[in-house]
Ligand binder design. Sequence first.
Ligand SMILES: [Zn+2]
Length: 275
Amino acid sequence: MHRVLLYLCLVLVAGCTGNSGQIDRGDYLADTTVSSRSQDERIRFLVMHYTAADDNESLRLLTQGQVSAHYLVHTSPEIIRGKPVASQLVAEEKRAWHGGESHWQGRDNLNDTSLGIEIVNPGFSQGVKGKHWYPFKEDQIELVARLARDIIHRYGISPANVLAHSDIAPLRKSDPGPLFPWQLLAQRGIGAWPDRASVDKYLAGRAFGTPASVANIQRTLARYGYRIPQNGLADEETLRTISAFQMHFRPTDFSGTPDAQTEAIAMALVEKYRS
Ligand SMILES: [Zn+2]
């Protein structure tokens, strides 16, 4: 039986010889029989967001407004045949308008080279004691993990290129915020996380809050991927970028203070992913 099938397949293939690699595009043919070995993926980054709106408003904004994303994860993702459903709003080969003006690893305008996942979440509310952040639902994170793992695998995206919107636009954005579970996702093979032993090594016995060299933090964060001034000054732009970094890798304190623990985490990340 298998032999018969194989024979039939061979006959079919043989029947197409001469034009199997040619695509008719109307006024001309494209011959694709020979392809170059020098090529790679256009998609290099995966960017996480929260929508700061409810389900209906998120869908309206991302489909009718001036912004969009490849995927939208609803508050309570629908389950079909035992699998959670993500809304795909933009085809992966198309650009979605989710990053805005953005920078990472010397590249600008990450819409060109990234996929974006928006997660329905209110973001934060401003109270008398400061900002109150809203946690993500477990079901949402489970779907984000499945979606991200698949995308990372298909495009070969490196861990340090799985990013928060706040990483690539730290002066404008704070999503997906300090409650996004980066460490949990890293344990499932999604995104970067420093090794504890390495952080301890760079901490070198200093207390976490010990003031650290602003110049070294600037240099290290730039090497990791952030666009940050290289002037040795704790200026507004520097502090906000440090805060974005902390929101991702030290969410218990993202005040922007250039302290020893921040420096040690940054150096451990560079050692692990950029050396
Ligand atoms: Zn965003």
